[in-house]
Design a protein around this ligand. Structure first.
Ligand SMILES: Cc1ncc(COP(=O)(O)O)c(C=O)c1O
Length: 256
């Protein structure tokens, strides 16, 4: 991790034309969220949440911030917490990647591993149990799955995409994005749909845990363990705005 990287390096990522997948004459652009300081889009989610909660007087440096994550969100919160002067505790299902665990610990945060069979639901329950006897002056559970600040964080990214496309004189036909909490997809899709009324949006779920796909196709939803960290938590989050999703496609985790 480059020590020069700081909070103002979050966001404003390039929109890159992906020539390798522009089959059938379509032009495909990718928003390079991996270029955020900790390597994922979740830097935006947590920087926005922490900044808004500070402005609302809900949290202040010195407190302990708690959240649940399969890795990327935990790394983002750990990094932001370190820079802003918070302690961070991440509740995480067992079996997540060593590199993300190392990254979270390197930023000074603590990881509490929870039952892998319960996946993120188990982490959320463990975090809630942990908070029960904690002084709210000292501890705050951000809860990216249930806080609508998560989705709100993504309006800015939607605006960035609009101005980047306008700079190229392009009107997009489709927006494709994976759905975990749905904050990323929904925040961006709300902005793009308002700007481009004919745009169609496609959400991606992992086949082993696809609550939206099941709902849209009248199938009984079942959650099975899978390898797609960040997707398929086993529940539908309030951050998923179903009114801006036109189609849901499932992917095979191993193949992906
Ligand atoms: C690599 C990756 N993709 C997609 C997602 C889903 O993002 P969201 O929770 O905003 O739907 C996550 C969530 O952690 C992730 O880590």
């Amino acid at each position: 991790m480059d020590e020069e990287l700081n909070l103002h390096h979050v966001g404003n990522t390039p929109l890159h034309q992906v020539n390798s997948i522009d089959a059938n004459g379509n032009t495909v652009f990718a928003k390079c969220e991996f270029m955020n300081p900790t390597g994922s889009h979740k830097d935006r989610t947590f920087l926005y949440m922490v900044t808004e909660l500070e402005a609302a007087g809900e949290i202040k440096p010195g407190m302990t911030l708690v959240d649940c994550s399969t890795g990327n969100g935990g790394a983002a919160l750990a990094w932001i917490g370190k820079r802003k002067g918070y302690n961070v505790k991440i509740f995480m299902p067992e079996g997540m990647t060593q590199e993300r665990k190392d990254q979270i610990r390197e930023f000074g945060a603590e990881i509490i591993e929870t039952d892998k069979n319960l996946f993120l639901n188990g982490s959320v329950q463990a975090a809630k149990d942990y908070m029960l006897d904690k002084n709210p002056e000292d501890f705050y559970f951000l809860d990216q799955g249930s806080s609508l600040l998560n989705k709100a964080a993504w309006l800015q990214c939607g605006n960035e995409i609009v101005s980047q496309l306008e700079g190229k004189n392009i009107i997009p036909d489709y927006f494709v994005c994976s759905i975990g909490t749905g904050g990323t997809f929904s925040g961006i899709a709300e902005v793009l749909k308002a700007r481009y009324p004919s745009l169609k949006t496609i959400g991606i779920e992992v086949d082993k845990s696809a609550p939206l796909y099941s709902k849209k196709n009248n199938l009984v939803f079942t959650h099975k363990p899978h390898n797609m960290m960040g997707l398929g938590a086993g529940v539908l989050s309030c951050n998923t705005n179903e009114s801006v999703i036109d189609e849901i496609v499932t992917v095979d985790g191993e193949q992906s």
